[in-house]
Ligand binder design. Structure first.
Ligand SMILES: [Zn+2]
Length: 265
């Protein structure tokens, strides 16, 4: 595994002032703190006012390209938007396809696209449709509720339909909520595993906190990753820690994230 800190661009997206901070602003902050491996958060498209949803999108994508070159960054993953609750899935596919193509253009090796509901056959058909619209690999994430796809056997089954283009992303916090053993899950994914969402919780709520702030047994997680020869990044998706702090404390939030990352090894 890569022992360099990596995070979704949402690490500092929330703050006590409730000020929205977009990727292009945050990437410059991360770069200034020496963080070079980033997961692009196209979930920004879930906000109707996002620049990615209107004619400003091309210049936003261009800016992301420039930031990458300016700071020598690697965009190691991306996250596609997903349907807001109680809205039809079909209305989101257009946004998801846009995100997939932008992620590909920006050099991301894969993009996380959430499964929908719990029907495996339906998901296979949907991923097939999405893959036709893009050249990027899709990483399927384990979800956190009983009416969603959450286990490795389900995700591995979907991957079998197109093992070249479909891979797995293991979300540590979601598995913890579902009471799954991370050791068994990681080993079941094996070589299908291309990415991680690293975050911690109390086993009941999807708190998205830093490792060691909840009850995940991180030693087991790291040992299992080592056992399967995982060669990807340990990408933080821990955006709620910053929520109670002022924007002015961003340096502290980053320091806490980095401290928790060092403790993993
Ligand atoms: Zn996740």
């Amino acid at each position: 595994m890569v022992r360099e800190f990596s995070t979704n661009t949402n690490l500092l997206a929330f703050n006590a002032e409730h000020i929205d901070r977009d990727m292009d602003e945050l990437i410059a902050v991360y770069a200034a703190h020496g963080i070079r491996y980033l997961d692009l958060n196209f979930c920004e498209m879930m906000r109707p006012v996002s620049r990615l949803n209107d004619e400003r999108a091309p210049s936003y994508i261009k800016r992301l390209k420039e930031l990458k070159a300016e700071h020598g960054l690697s965009y190691i993953q991306a996250h596609a938007p997903y349907p807001v609750k109680n809205t039809p899935l079909s209305s989101w596919d257009e946004k998801i396809i846009k995100a997939m193509n932008w992620a590909y253009e920006l050099g991301c090796p894969h993009i996380v696209v959430h499964p929908h509901g719990c029907d495996i056959e339906e998901n296979i058909r949907r991923y097939e449709r999405l893959l036709r619209e893009t050249d990027i690999t899709i990483a399927i994430e384990n979800m956190e509720s009983w009416n969603e796809i959450s286990r490795s056997d389900e995700i591995n089954e979907i991957i079998k339909s197109n093992p070249k283009r479909l891979k797995a992303l293991f979300d540590t916090g979601h598995a913890n909520i579902m009471g799954l053993d991370p050791d068994a899950e990681i080993k079941a994914y094996g070589s299908n595993l291309v990415g991680l969402h690293i975050h911690d919780n109390n086993g009941r709520e999807d708190q998205h906190l830093f490792p060691f702030m909840g009850n995940i047994k991180w030693k087991n997680v790291i040992a299992a990753l080592e056992a399967i020869g995982y060669d990807g990044y340990l990408t933080y998706e821990a955006m709620y820690f910053s929520r109670k702090f002022s924007i002015k404390r961003e340096e502290f939030v980053i320091a806490e994230a980095l401290n928790s990352f060092r403790r993993l090894f």
